[in-house]
Design a protein around this ligand. Sequence first.
Ligand SMILES: [Mn+2]
Length: 296
Amino acid sequence: MHAPAVNPQFLGDEANVGVSSPRFALISAPMARTVSWGGGTEAGPVAILEASPALEIFDDELLQETVRAGIVTRPPLPLEDYDLEGACDQIKKAVARELADGLFPVLLGGEHTVSGPAVAAMRDKYPDLHVVQVDAHLDLRDRYDDTPLSHACVMRRVNDLGVPFSQVGIRSFSAEEWQLVRENNWRPFTMPRIHEQSDWLEQLLGEIRGPVYLTIDVDGLDPAIMPATGTPEPDGLSWRQLTAMIRALAGHEQGLVGMDLVELAPRPGLEHATFTAAKLIYRTLGYVYSRRMRPV
Ligand SMILES: [Mn+2]
């Protein structure tokens, strides 16, 4: 199977604003090889792109047309031509290409595995990179289903790279993962912590020194608004909690330098979830484009 002749574009025809040097590049990585349960994440990128023309290009919070920054959509990466390692290498190269051209990469998964090679490319350009992971899960297993490249291991691989990270929205993990957290004195922003500590966002900003790569596993959001994912865990982040966090990150010191959104598994009847993912991406790009806002 090869990519269809016509690839949908983020925001459809409204993305064609004639900007000579666009700011943002969307890269589709429809990988779903190590999925535990549910499945369907390979359909995430095209579903987001196809839903996106329904967005208002005038952002209702930022009161700006973020599309004027220039948003280009690349053809989907031909990952089916490669084994798992080779596919990860293609993702790393694709992200590195955008960075070399001065664009802000926006990677669309696919399963969470795709974030590992993206972070590797980002770290090559930004040695003091900090990863902020939005997720229900720690994803700190060393191996899962006999592979170190499982979606359930992605933050362990980020840790192997020596990149510091903060984890937000956490509410599902194994005993071994929690032991690793305790041994390293990591302090993930679990949902109980977020509910109990009203200054959690200031605490998060306080851990961040360098530019931020944001990886959003959509299961970090509450399944009431984001049911279309493989493992929908109750008691997740609200839209307001998540967008307030991203707004603060974008306005903090060196801000955001790249992002991904992963683990969307579109389902018939749950089109609002796909639309929510598309709006979350557009809102995040809006925060990056407009650094006028104050953090927190
Ligand atoms: Mn997850």
